[in-house]
Write a protein that binds this ligand. Structure first.
Ligand code: UDX
Length: 439
């Protein structure tokens, strides 16, 4: 089948490449000529394991191309996926829908044949219905809007797109949606044949599935981090506790890793947008707990600053602090709302000399945080450090041994912000080890 994907960020570029991998004839569209040029050359403009191979294979096979031309994209297909960003508005909790609106406003007037716009971006409930009305008012052809939320994780984007846990399709029940369902089922035929569950819903439910999935994950992480605070007050060990909880199948071990908490382009802004939208709908009391989820999450970051202060004797002024990790999680170069960079920045504000190393996220970090020092290796970052902070659990850091750093640091003190190091090993080598929620 032919389809287009509007937006070529983490979501859109992955979706375009993966739809081509399923055998479809795909055009990826972006207003940024730089991104289009890179993708057309087989270069992924961000770090995502495995994506470049899929991109190149499908470019070579002639099933995938990229363009900045909306008329070209409009004429290419009946099915148009929408994968642009919905970031948090500046100074507000609400999501900024300007990119979603811009695509619909530009695309709808160009549609000459009956078409379906299939939203994949995470949007506040009610957006899809409003976009449908907007698209129909602008388009000379019959146009339907459906919502098919994307649940992919960065670092596993290809796998999550080609082997999702489920497919959710929200359609406008007020309209004749049989054709919409048929087209989307055809696009995902291989996945459905692989027995991926396919759930057909109304538009609002589909939008809410995504938002509530992310709110649940954020809540799970903040739950264990709240318990972690109590562990700190009592000398209990949150990692053993999480293991013990996780054996209960109703709870499960995943997303129970206590530490510096969640960041990234999705979880933080999605819970805030959920609160904002619920407020608009008069249901803010229902999700008031999410404010606490957010607070618990942010408290882990200030706790880390306190621990670093204590580790260097009570004042960060003039201390050398090595920060290992800048990405919001391993296997990603994404630094949006990164707990690691946030902590690095706060420590610098306290007067410390902060040197950051990350295997993949240095370029992005430099762009958003140009005042920090950056090193090109772990050893370089740790040279003459009074304390070493591990803030993203890259394998390169979990594999570190005390003897790798013994000779370069000034003070043998390490703080494990992700509970990813073996504390017995570090202590046995004479280091002062501190972790979040561990004795
Ligand atoms: C998330 C959702 O998982 C995904 O389904 C959705 O489509 C987009 O948002 P992503 O942002 O890629 O995906 O990252 P995820 O793996 O969910 O991690 C989010 C954050 O939570 C990271 O900062 C991670 O370090 C943190 N985290 C995760 C924890 O602190 N503890 C955990 O146990 C798990």
């Amino acid at each position: 089948m032919r389809c287009t994907v509007f937006g070529t960020g983490y979501l859109g570029a992955t979706h375009a490449a993966c739809m081509a991998e399923l055998g479809h004839d795909v055009v990826g569209v972006d207003i940024d000529p730089g991104k289009v040029a890179k993708l057309s050359d087989g270069v992924v403009p961000f770090y995502e394991p495995g994506l470049e191979e899929v991109l190149r294979r499908n470019l070579e096979a002639g099933r995938l191309r990229f363009t900045t031309s909306y008329p070209e994209a409009a004429a290419h297909a009946q099915v148009h996926f929408l994968g642009v960003g919905t970031p948090q508005k500046k100074g507000e909790y609400a999501a900024d829908l300007k990119y979603v609106h811009a695509v619909v406003d530009s695309l709808a007037p160009l549609l000459e044949h009956p078409s379906v716009i299939v939203g994949k971006s995470t949007v506040p409930v009610g957006t899809a219905a409003a976009l449908g009305a907007r698209a129909r008012a602008l388009s000379p052809a019959q146009v339907e809007v459906a919502w098919n939320p994307e649940f992919l994780r960065e670092g596993f984007a290809v796998k999550d797109t080609l082997h999702p846990d489920r497919l959710v399709l929200g359609v406008d029940r007020e309209r004749n949606s049989a054709r919409v369902e048929e087209l989307v089922r055809e696009i995902y035929a291989d996945l459905i044949a692989d027995e991926v569950p396919f759930l057909l819903t109304d538009l609002a439910t589909a939008e809410l599935v995504k938002v509530s999935a992310n709110a649940f994950l954020a809540t799970k992480i903040s739950f264990i981090n709240a318990v972690s605070e109590v562990c700190e007050a009592t000398g209990a060990d949150v990692t053993v506790l999480a293991d013990a909880l996780g054996y209960d199948a109703r709870i499960g071990r995943r997303f129970l890793n206590a530490g510096l908490g969640f960041g990234g382009g999705c979880l933080p802004k999605d819970i805030r947008a959920f609160m904002a939208r619920s407020g608009e709908l008069g249901a803010d009391h229902a999700v008031a707990f999410l404010r606490e989820v957010d607070n618990i999450n942010m408290r882990r970051r200030t706790k880390m600053v306190d621990m670093a202060t204590r580790a260097v004797g009570g004042s960060l002024l003039g201390a050398n602090v090595a920060v290992l990790g800048a990405a919001f999680k391993p296997e990603s170069d994404d630094v949006r709302d990164s707990p690691a960079l946030n902590v690095a920045g706060m420590i610098q504000l306290h007067g410390a000399v902060v040197t950051v190393y990350d295997p993949k996220a240095l370029e992005n970090s430099r762009r958003v945080f140009p005042t920090l020092n950056y090193a090109t290796s772990v050893v370089e970052a740790c040279e003459r450090a009074d304390v070493v902070l591990v803030l993203t659990e890259w394998n390169e850091f979990t594999a570190l041994r005390p003897r790798d750093l013994d000779r370069v640091v000034r003070g043998r003190s390490i703080i494990d912000g992700r509970n990813c190091l073996n504390r017995a090993t570090w202590r046995a080598a004479g280091w002062v080890y501190a972790g979040l929620g561990t004795p």
